[in-house]
Design a protein around this ligand. Structure first.
Ligand code: FAD
Length: 496
């Protein structure tokens, strides 16, 4: 390879949804982008249930939304939950009222091997280059600034590549995240473990909810049940970290025992058989997945997606946070390269917005766990938000502390606990109100502050993607902060 090929505007480490979204957006601005990916695609990944803002917001902006629509993924209208005090499952639908069948009121359930491959090929179509089977081992530095990466190719040869920006999108197994500074803080509250596999012939919820994710709380934890195709279902149990030994001993037996504990999932799988070959053939375990890096960027290096943070599998926020952070970071890189705003201002805006969205989901998910009532269960009693969860809440408060946003009203761990309690109570009464309504009207849920805040920024991204300049000028999210350009691709200075 010639020396010239080793110079790029942006090097992206990892070709998952975060990396390929960022690569597409920056390449669309005419910059030279290289993606370095450890595997060959398609490759397996977990994280199959998506939210609408990924599809109709970020993926519409990159132009990949039409390809996704044509790929035949299961349309997901929302989630059905056996969760909380109600014995009967209740349904959260993305459309505010069943009477409004809006074009954007669905997401997809995706086989990630296919979804990630479509996004990566699209990034290449938009001008990014990709190298597979290359493992990035470290960053290159010049003083305080990151100036590139070092990687090993499939033959074991070492290479260096230089770039004005390095994006770490290499997921939870990132080897670079430490190089941004700060530490990776693991959550005590979400400290769970997931055991999952795939089944053929599982039952489906009745129409119109047959494409919904089904989430079922039971004594030891909760199950996800995701209809990937008419025949294929992703099934996973989330349990306490303390049960790790039991699961690692014989995962097959452990999963069957957990299914036995949960009558609804057992009934849905009564005619199903577990897939035992191909990419879905093995049972997998994931743990230590809830964490955040205390800082998200330094000059020349930025973390997005799971490399930066992840909350918890409940409520499908992972790919949303990965693609949303990719959009924010792409704006910062493109604006900085174009010289429209300073690097410092551009990445401060990236970090503040990303922390805010992480914080919103963090609170939402914590209050979501809090609402399930099972006093006798070890799992669920540990998932009650108490004022004693000081280290957890302090670390959360610290994370969002840089964000001057009234909705967080941060006077420390104690007030954070109270806020989550009240959100949880409000959520429970919204579910009761909704369940009591014969028409299944969603309005009470969308009025509750927990849901409203969690959906707000995603809805804004969708509106921008659909309406562009017709949406009107953006307003700063933070006092003195930047605003989004009409096409959503850049930051620009806020009104003076
Ligand atoms: P990834 O998808 O992890 O992609 C990172 C890429 O980087 C990979 O392709 C990897 O091969 C590559 N890479 C890694 N190291 C290197 C290296 N050194 N050099 C080069 N390349 C490298 N999210 C949802 O939205 N919905 C769900 O239903 C959901 N369920 C989940 C269930 C569980 C149990 C867990 C743990 C997570 C779940 N998630 C879910 C979260 C979701 O999996 C992630 O948030 C999402 O995949 C993050 O995308 P990413 O692009 O940041 O990283």
């Amino acid at each position: 390879e010639g020396r010239q090929e080793q110079e790029y505007d942006v090097v992206v480490v990892g070709g998952g949804p975060g990396g390929s979204t960022l690569a597409a957006l920056v390449a669309m601005r005419g910059h030279r982008v290289l993606i370095l990916e450890k595997e060959t695609f398609p490759r397996y990944q977990i994280g199959e249930s998506l939210l609408p803002s990924t599809i109709h917001g970020v993926c519409r902006m990159t132009g990949v939304a039409e390809k996704l629509a044509a790929a035949g993924f299961t349309p997901k209208k929302g989630g059905t939950f056996r969760w909380g005090a109600n014995a009967e499952p209740w349904t959260f639908s993305f459309s505010v009222s069943p009477k409004i069948a809006g074009a954007t009121s669905h997401a997809y359930q995706v086989e990630r091997s296919k979804f990630d491959n479509i996004l990566l090929e699209h990034a290449v179509e938009k001008g990014a280059e990709v190298r597979f089977r290359v493992s990035v081992t470290d960053v290159l530095e010049d003083g305080d600034r990151v100036t590139g990466v070092r990687y090993t190719d499939a033959d074991g040869a070492e290479h260096e590549v230089h770039a004005r920006y390095v994006v770490d999108a290499s997921g939870n197994g990132s080897r670079l995240h430490k190089r941004v500074g700060g530490t990776r803080e693991y959550s005590q509250f979400f400290r769970s473990l997931a055991l999952f596999g795939y089944f053929e012939g599982g039952k489906r919820l009745p129409a119109p909810n047959s494409g919904n994710i089904l989430s079922v709380a039971f004594e030891s934890g909760w199950f996800w049940y995701i209809p990937l195709t008419p025949d294929l279902t992703s099934v996973g149990a989330v349990v306490r970290r303390e049960n790790a030994d039991k699961i690692q001993g014989d995962p097959e037996r452990a999963l069957l025992a957990l299914i036995d504990e949960c009558p609804l999932i057992k009934e849905y799988l009564s005619d199903a058989t577990r897939v035992t070959d191909g990419q879905y053939g093995q049972l997998r375990v994931r743990k230590d997945y809830s964490y955040h890096q205390t800082t998200f960027w330094r000059p020349g290096l930025v973390l997005i997606g799971d490399a930066a943070c992840f909350v918890d599998p409940v409520f499908s926020s992972g790919v949303h946070l990965a693609t949303y952070s990719a959009l924010l970071a792409a704006r910062s890189i493109s604006s900085s390269l174009a010289g429209v705003v300073s690097e410092e201002a551009a990445f401060t805006e990236f970090e503040a917005r990303y922390r805010r969205e992480y914080g919103v989901f963090y609170e939402f998910l914590m209050s979501f766990y809090d609402m399930h009532v099972d006093e006798n269960s070890y799992f669920w009693s540990a998932k009650k938000v108490t004022r004693n969860q000081h280290t957890e809440l302090e670390s959360f408060v610290e994370l969002v502390a840089g964000v001057s946003s009234s909705e967080f009203d941060l006077d420390g761990a104690e007030s954070a606990a109270l806020r989550m309690k009240s959100k949880s109570a409000e959520f429970v009464s919204a579910i009761d109100e909704m369940s009591a309504d014969a028409e299944g009207n969603m309005t009470p849920l969308f009025r509750s502050s927990a849901v409203r805040q969690a959906m707000q920024e995603g809805a804004q991204v969708q509106s921008r993607a659909f309406l562009g300049e017709d949406l009107g000028p953006d307003v700063p999210m933070f006092p003195g902060g930047l605003i989004t350009s009409d096409d959503g691709m850049l930051w620009q200075p806020g009104p003076a």
